[in-house]
Design a protein around this ligand. Structure first.
Ligand code: ATP
Ligand code: MG
Length: 256
């Protein structure tokens, strides 16, 4: 579904050039949830922006279903950490925003929006305004908007980072439930190891300065997962070791 092949990116500021991503390659299969996990500043958002067509790579290519990505499309939508809801529009109108410009009868649009709101458990709240909702509910609206578009791929940049633990866990559960139902391909960025283990089929571990994909871990546990299960801790420990090991034994080429 997604192919990233030999992608590099440098930023130039104050006359200096910094290589942020160096020769990054990976693939995401249709229906997979893949996570990019790495420390702050390793280039996760930059990489996600390139997959979404918001930023061109300096070298290499990004393909969506075999076609080169050169601009954002509705087949691949981005869900940001900030909820980006319009405060003057109701929940219903905020979700409908994703369908603006679609050649579709108004009644069908409304049905699509209501289905998405039901999916995230917000039916009954469609006429409320964002300020009348909790942070978790607002993030649900943003998730509903992404799914209402019925994209092939959803790109998520730390979508739950601003939420408290309870809300985060609940929304992670909902995401798994909806994704299992809809089979949407998801590429997620996080620095939360638990979130990566809980949600992903595969975790791509990134090193920093410059950002590279350093290792890949397959999470073979079936979903929904049990956060208290031994396997969950096994994967968590393995990922922690990945990060700690490089501190104990600095590698010549990589620093995480
Ligand atoms: N538009 C830009 N111009 C110059 N430098 C940039 C730009 N965008 C990102 N960078 C730099 O590129 C590096 C990677 O940034 P990026 O936002 O991709 O990191 P990240 O892994 O998403 O970090 P975080 O986990 O903190 O969100 C950082 O050093 C950042 O300062
Ligand atoms: Mg980021």
């Amino acid at each position: 579904m997604i192919t990233v092949a030999g992608v590099s990116k440098a930023f130039h500021t104050k006359g200096k050039s910094a290589l942020v991503l160096d020769n990054v390659s990976f693939q995401v299969e249709r229906g997979e949830i893949v996570t990019l996990l790495g420390k702050s500043g390793c280039g996760k958002s930059t990489l996600l922006n390139m997959v979404g067509g918001f930023l061109p790579p300096d070298n290499g290519t990004v393909l969506l279903d075999g076609k080169e990505v050169i601009r954002p499309t509705k087949r691949c939508v981005m869900l940001f950490q900030q909820r980006n809801l319009l405060p003057w529009r109701t929940v219903l109108k905020n979700v409908e925003l994703g369908l603006e410009g679609e050649a579709m009868p108004a009644a069908d649009k409304r049905e699509r929006v209501m289905e998405a709101l039901r999916l995230v458990g917000l039916d009954g709240h469609e006429h409320q305004f964002p300020h009348e909702l909790s942070g978790g509910m607002q993030q649900r609206v943003a998730i509903a908007r992404a799914f209402a578009i019925q994209p092939d791929v959803i790109l998520m940049d730390e979508p739950f980072a601003a939420l408290d633990t309870f809300n985060r866990y609940n929304l992670q559960d909902e995401l798994i439930r909806i994704q299992t139902q809809k089979k949407t391909t998801i590429l997620l960025v996080t620095h939360d190891i638990d979130e990566a283990v809980y949600l992903s089929d595969r975790v791509l571990i990134m090193s920093s300065h410059p950002g590279r994909i350093y290792n890949e871990m397959l999470i073979k546990q079936s979903k929904p997962r049990d956060r208290t299960h031994g396997d969950f801790h096994y994967y968590r420990k393995k990922i922690l070791e990945e990060f700690e090991l490089s501190g104990v034994q600095p590698m010549p080429e990589y620093s995480i």
